[in-house]
Design a protein around this ligand. Structure first.
Ligand code: PMP
Length: 430
């Protein structure tokens, strides 16, 4: 065990500030990070890795992008926090609303968890109803009512729920399977009048990458509208990643509320929820739904977000992300085929998931075969040893950035082919 990791475990639970970072489901000792630039991350032992985690989504420009750094330094010189409205908040708000034209107001918070938690409070306040609906395998942060059949760390650790969540709160969360119109219809037939909102990742990416049919999302839109419930699209991952206006733009579906995070803060803590003025003006101070934050709209985080969105507005950015994603998909899928390994690569633009089960790629969490996890653990270790940093979980996706080059991708594919050839016995989690 590396000295730094051991030190970490003596002072922080599991050695981490967020559970999946601990490598519990893949085994081995997590490298402790010293620094990162572009597409590469360097540990305290001086080893360099091609990074396919990208801080779990925010770093679409790569690590320490010069324009973002410059904006952050300039903002920091102007003061780290004001506790009052600042110009950078207005500038980021204008950019967000330009990319999500259905929305007229945006409220900034600091994390995706807060954004979704607050959007739900607003939905409950606006409808006067208490029940919410989420989907099995989707992750929406760690607020009490959403740690019910969640993805991300919950899927990784094989625990559907969390201790410490009062049954009375979890009982207000209805959980449906993805990709199943009939199940949604049946729930609404029974409880439609009690449901404040349906919450979904329009591109579920926390329990593998479970690409949904547009018709399914459109069905949820029509169903919620018919029953007076709101539709909340959680675009914390997909926002600005799959298109400037995320899945809202790609699907053309108009939600009531959208939640954003990750890329919005360009690697700094910033998140937001947005919607029509009529809904958003129900927030305090104009309305009765209370939500607040000492560091909300932090000027340094706003500066990172502005610089990131401006860089993403450059020509050919999304086609380059698509081309990089397609190239890595081809390379990984080719290596799987040549090795005779069952599996496929699910992909949406620059988000990829190595799905280690026979095709077709699943669209719902119950269709994801858990046996893939042991095989993934062996591949993860073999890849890390070859300088490729994949998410330490079979059910987390890989993120590419504009800093990845074709050479980086070639290194990943070569390492992957070698790892497959090694056919290491799949050791269980440590
Ligand atoms: N929603 C989605 C779709 C997410 O993927 C995440 C985090 N991965 C969250 C919400 C919570 O965001 P945060 O970790 O910033 O609280």
């Amino acid at each position: 065990m590396s000295g730094d990791w051991e030190r970490a475990t003596r002072v922080m639970p599991g050695g981490v500030s967020s559970p999946v970072r601990a490598f519990r489901s893949v085994g081995g000792t997590p490298p402790v990070v010293a620094r990162a630039h572009g597409a590469e991350i360097v540990d305290t032992a001086g080893r360099s890795y091609v990074d396919l985690v990208g801080s779990w989504g925010p770093l679409i420009l790569g690590h320490a992008h010069p324009a973002v750094l410059e904006a952050v330094v300039r903002a920091a010189r102007d003061g780290l926090s004001f506790g009052a409205t600042s110009v950078r908040e207005i500038e980021l708000a204008e950019r967000v609303l330009a990319r999500y034209p259905f929305a007229e107001r945006v409220r900034f918070v600091s994390t995706g968890t807060e954004a979704v938690m607050s959007a739900i409070r607003l939905a409950r306040g606006a409808t006067g109803r208490e029940r919410i609906v989420k989907f099995d395998g989707c992750y929406h942060g760690h607020s009490d009512g959403l740690l019910v059949k969640g993805g991300s760390g919950l899927a990784t650790l094989g625990v559907p729920d969390s201790a410490g969540v009062p049954a009375a709160i979890a009982g207000l969360t209805e959980v449906l399977p993805l990709d199943d119109e009939g199940a949604a219809d049946a729930l609404f037939a029974k409880k439609g009048g009690e449901i404040a909102a349906v919450l979904i990742e329009p591109l579920p990416a926390n329990s593998g990458l479970l690409v949904q049919r547009r018709e399914f999302l459109a069905h949820l839109r029509a169903l919620t509208a018919r029953h007076g419930a709101l539709l909340i699209l959680d675009e914390v991952i997909s926002g600005f990643r799959v298109a400037p206006g995320g899945m809202t733009e790609l699907t053309g579906i108009t939600p009531d509320l959208v939640t954003l995070g990750k890329i919005l803060g360009g690697g700094m803590p910033a998140a937001a929820y947005l919607g029509r003025a009529e809904l958003m003006e129900r927030l305090a101070p104009n309305g009765p739904v209370y939500q607040a934050g000492t560091l909300s709209g932090n000027p340094v985080a706003m500066a990172a977000g502005i610089a990131t969105l401006d860089a993403l507005a450059g020509p050919g950015v999304y086609s380059r992300l698509e081309a990089l994603g397609a190239e890595l998909e081809r390379g990984l899928a080719g290596a799987l085929a040549r090795a005779g390994e069952p599996g496929s690569v699910a992909r949406a633009g620059s988000i990829l998931w190595l799905c280690l089960q026979p095709p077709p790629a699943p669209r719902a969490w119950h269709a994801v075969r858990r046996e893939g996890a042991a095989r993934y653990a062996a591949l993860h270790r073999a890849l890390l040893a070859r300088g490729v940093w994949l998410a330490p979980s079979a059910f987390e996706v890989a993120f590419l950035s504009l800093a990845h080059t074709r050479e980086h991708l070639a290194r990943v594919v070569t390492a992957f082919a070698e790892a497959l050839a090694e056919r290491a016995p799949a050791a269980g989690p440590r």
